[in-house]
Design a protein around this ligand. Sequence first.
Ligand code: PMT
Length: 223
Amino acid sequence: KADAPLQGKRVIVTAGGTVERIDPVRYITNDSSGKMGYALAEAAQALGASVTLISGPTALPVPAGVERITVISAEDMLQEVMARYDTMDFVFKAAAVADYRPAQQRPQKMKKTGETLTIDLVKNPDILQTLGKIKKHQFLVGFAAETEKVDEYALDKLIRKNCDLLVANNVSLEGAGFGTDTNIVRVFDRDGLVEALPVMSKREVAEYIVRLAASRKQAAAIP
Ligand code: PMT
């Protein structure tokens, strides 16, 4: 294909929210629909890549030509990503991973007792940070869902998690973030802001990000 900058490249995209069980009928999750991640998978596939989409539960159909692996929890997602990381060229981490999970998953439905209820939560592994620590040839693109101090928090995440690019969305803006078909993103690298995109469809945002990642990796001449 003429316009296939990712021909022969292997790509992981993570998408959707993770689900952290409390008991057999209850769980903690977030508002991620998976749309941003699925759009990235579709864009990368269309630009020639071999794409594995590691997705939390969503109602979205599998994009044509993409391998999808469905996971439930952050720990499942970490495992599926790690199992493939060595052979990957690019990772796009659009998933909204739960930062905490219930300390214990109860085998039976919890009974209603006192007037208040406290559920202890423990920290989940940070998948992106783990990937950043052991990164070799891979090009790592993180996301950041923020509601304030977008640039400051985004740049901090990029450095802390050792990403090559970080895509920040202010999820409190109309037309941006969770569930919508559009997004408004600010893209960062180590030197700061690369681009502030206007409101665009998630598919258009995805193509922009995938093309930028491809050209950056090529320019860096990482094998
Ligand atoms: O799915 P949609 O409805 O289309 O919504 C899209 C989106 C808002 C979910 C997406 O654009 C987005 O911003 N995804 C990242 C959401 C998020 O979890 O941001 P964060 O700032 O909490 O995390 C920063 C980065 O670290 C993310 O790349 C995240 O995948 C990663 N992370 C976070 C926590 C954790 N335990 N492990 C991780 O890998």
